[in-house]
Write a protein that binds this ligand. Structure first.
Ligand code: PEP
Length: 255
């Protein structure tokens, strides 16, 4: 499988934004526009408290609905946390793992990532595993090393047969929510090094099933250019996914 046969994947991460009514309106609008959505995969990662309502509205459409985080145990004394199986139970079909805000605002360590990805897959969720370097790490020429470390921890319990259910998002921390997008060269280089690592780890056939998304200040006016990069299989969009006027043109980047 190559870039031309992997289905483009456009995902919106609402973070802790919108309210119930605006969430449902947005889902209805995007659902109405998507039709059968056959040639691309579109999903929203929504605040967990809205998951049941949002997935009920999305039902019957190809729109995916996911949680923004999960814990790796199935039950227990973990106040404030949500098990992957709970997300599944209220209608999520996917989940983000390792988003930069989880890593840097809530200090989630690398050691959790492998267990979270395993728990998500075992609960029948499709994870997007987010990785990316900080500005200091980029300036210190450590980008490749950081990506490799994050991949190694995330893939601790991943086997080649999991590959078709797993997506990677390369999101340089310095580009998230800052209005600063990585250059075409920076994105291409990072994506190539991620794919090379995946091939080494899982073998070529399994690695080629996996999509690698770019995230970091994606907007309607840069989506087409980013999707034109050979190694980019899709986009993870934060701020611009909160309104139909900005998210629809990103979904329809090639129209
Ligand atoms: C994100 O939330 O993953 C993200 C990339 O945000 P933004 O598009 O706002 O930079």
């Amino acid at each position: 499988m190559t870039r031309s046969t992997r289905k483009p994947y456009i995902a919106g991460n609402w973070k802790m934004n919108l309210d119930r009514a605006r969430s449902l309106d947005l889902i209805k609008t995007v659902k109405g526009r998507l039709g059968d959505g056959g040639d691309r995969e579109v999903a929203f990662f929504v605040p967990s408290i809205y998951l049941a309502d949002v997935s009920a509205v999305a039902q019957g459409s190809p729109l995916g609905v996911g949680g923004q985080n999960c814990w790796f145990e199935a039950n227990g004394a973990f106040t404030g946390e949500l098990a992957a199986r709970m997300l599944r139970e209220v209608g999520a079909d996917r989940v983000l793992v390792g988003h930069s805000e989880r890593r840097h605002v809530f200090h989630e360590p690398d050691e959790w990532m492998g267990r979270k990805l395993r728990a998500a897959l075992d609960s029948d969720l499709l994870p997007i595993y987010c990785i990316g370097e900080t500005l200091d790490e980029r300036k210190g020429n450590k980008t490749e090393r950081v990506l490799k470390r994050q991949l190694e921890s995330g893939f601790e319990k991943i086997r080649a047969e999991d590959a078709h259910r797993l997506t990677i998002a390369y999101e340089p921390v310095w580009a998230i929510g800052t209005g600063e997008t990585a250059t075409i060269e920076q994105v291409g280089q990072a994506h190539r090094s991620i794919r090379k690592w995946l091939v080494q780890r899982l073998g070529e056939d399994a690695a080629n099933l996996m999509r690698i998304l770019y995230g970091g200040s994606v907007k309607p006016d840069n989506a087409k250019e980013l999707m034109a990069i050979d190694s980019v299989d899709g986009l993870l969009v934060g701020g611009a996914s909160l309104q139909a006027e900005t998210f629809l043109p990103i979904i329809e980047y090639d129209r």
